[in-house]
Design a protein around this ligand. Structure first.
Ligand SMILES: NC(=O)c1ccc[n+]([C@@H]2O[C@H](COP(=O)([O-])OP(=O)(O)OC[C@H]3O[C@@H](n4cnc5c(N)ncnc54)[C@H](O)[C@@H]3O)[C@@H](O)[C@H]2O)c1
Length: 460
């Protein structure tokens, strides 16, 4: 079958290969545009007809991909989109970028990968290269994808090529994007690795080849577990500092001046996004199948999962200073997205904090310039909400403002000067102020005197 490898090698080198990307989300659309920019003819495939229509009309729904770029690539014929997998029969390569969520039981939900691979398998032809990019447990490419693709009689690494390459996109990061973040590639056999490296090498600056798909799968899970565990560690240090009357923000800032052997992580209201709270449990699940009990992941999961509760307790403590109960107080949650400067609310700890406050009887509002509306089904409050304008009146109208995401476009001086009370989980408000409570820091000095037990009631 050496002619098929030569044909694909030539097509990839000359950029005449027809490239497909399955799943046009946060990962797939930036990748598809990057391949198109590199000169390939790219077809995006997604089950969501709205996304396919948007791309076909030159509209981007991913903030990191400008619509002007999509318009340009669609109008020159470099980029197109469809809901129909039949196009796979005309494609030389297919990258799979579909979701990999967890089930309620924290087990991997492989249904999206299985469904996409089932469709691709129907149109698999000799010489095709398939690359899985969805984050998943080590072994998925060989144990799940390979047998499905081989069911028709062709063999991976011989008749068609198969690799895993983890996606490292960091939405909202102005410095690092699909093009300049090194890409790890592990193929099933040397030719699969080489062809996948050739494909990515046309569009991405640095390619890092590893020995197998499992290694590449494990690389991604090490990266995400590293982040999850370190965030868990700094959150625990924040809880400690809170108890000990120390300021964790000052501690981390000073520790970060060490030029070696330390990397700063920052506390917050909990983990969010489609990756860090989820992916390590894929690893945990797989490790348990081998009889290995991964303790760091479970522990970090517990600490990070407890942070929304801690934030709600902090809000209660702050309100208490004003002699107000949570029940009946108006809380303005500032920041719904799971991290700053993006619109993604998946797994956002803000949703947990809002739910807990709602359950305690608070009137919950939110303000987020990136998230105009919150559907009732997206949080456990169960009713729709619309973002509040961040005016002095709206801020002052809340009994407490809880800063949960520190978007850079927010005027924190206005928030500081207008709010009655602030709980700041991100150290967005600089300095110490009598009405600003921070997680992991001593409570501000009281300006309201506590009521003391009356003299008549005291035992002399
Ligand atoms: N978002 C990130 O920052 C990020 C970073 C690194 C890795 N990842 C990983 O990349 C993968 C994709 O994540 P995402 O954030 O792009 O998800 P997403 O939900 O934004 O996009 C996935 C897309 O796949 C489509 N889809 C679902 N099933 C399909 C099918 N059977 N056929 C065709 N299309 C289908 C959906 O309609 C959606 O448009 C996940 O495994 C995720 O863990 C995500």
């Amino acid at each position: 079958m050496s002619h098929v490898v030569n044909t694909l090698r030539d097509r990839l080198s000359s950029r005449s290969a027809r490239v497909g990307v399955v799943g046009l989300g946060y990962v797939g659309l930036p990748l598809a545009t990057e391949f198109a920019r590199a000169g390939f003819s790219v077809t995006g495939i997604d089950l969501d007809a709205r996304k396919v229509d948007a791309v076909s009309h030159g509209t981007s729904y991913i903030p990191d991909v400008p619509s002007e770029e999509v318009v340009r690539l669609v109008s020159t014929g470099q980029l197109s989109a469809t809901t129909d997998f039949a196009v796979c029969s005309t494609l030389d390569t297919v990258n799979i970028c579909v979701p990999t969520p967890l089930r309620k039981t924290k087990d991997p939900d492989m249904s999206y990968i299985v469904s996409a691979v089932e469709q691709i398998a129907r149109h698999l032809h000799p010489g095709m290269l398939i690359v899985l990019e969805s984050t998943t447990y080590p072994g998925t490419t060989e144990e799940v994808v390979k047998p499905m693709l081989e069911a028709g009689g062709m063999r991976a690494g011989i008749d068609f090529y198969l690799a895993f390459s983890p996606e490292r996109v960091d939405p909202g990061n102005p410095t690092f994007n699909t093009h300049n973040v090194p890409k790890v590639v592990g193929g099933l056999g040397a030719e699969s690795t080489e062809l996948a490296a050739l494909l990515y090498g046309a569009a991405i600056e640095t390619i890092v080849q590893v020995s197998s798909p499992q290694t590449a799968e494990m690389v991604k899970l090490l990266e995400n577990t590293f982040r999850m565990v370190n965030i868990g560690l700094v959150n625990e240090i924040a809880l400690m500092c809170d108890r000990m009357g120390l300021d964790v923000w000052e501690v981390v800032r000073a520790a970060a001046t060490k030029p070696f052997g330390f990397m700063p992580f920052y506390p917050g209201p909990g983990l969010g996004g489609h990756c860090i709270p989820i992916d390590p449990f894929y690893l945990s699940w797989k490790a348990k199948q081998s009889g290995f009990d991964p303790r760091f992941i479970e522990l970090a999961g517990q600490i990070n999962g407890g942070m929304p509760h801690f934030v709600v307790d902090k809000i209660a403590e702050a309100l208490n200073r004003h002699r107000k109960p949570v029940n009946g107080s108006t809380i303005l949650v500032l920041g719904l997205a799971y991290k700053r400067d993006i619109d993604d609310i998946r797994e956002s700890p803000s949703l947990d904090v809002m739910t807990l406050l709602h359950q305690r009887g608070a009137e919950v509002r939110y303000a987020d310039p990136y998230v105009p509306e919150l559907a009732g089904r997206a949080w456990h409050g169960g009713f729709d909400l619309r973002t509040q304008p961040l005016t002095a009146d709206a801020i002052a109208g809340a009994d407490c403002v809880a800063i949960l995401t520190e978007h850079r476009t927010v005027d924190y001086d206005l928030v500081r000067d207008s709010a009655q009370l602030i709980v700041d989980t991100r150290n967005a408000i600089a300095g110490i102020h009598s009405h600003v409570f921070k997680i992991g820091a001593p409570a501000p000095a009281a300006t309201v005197e506590p009521r003391v037990t009356s003299d008549e009631q005291r035992v002399a």
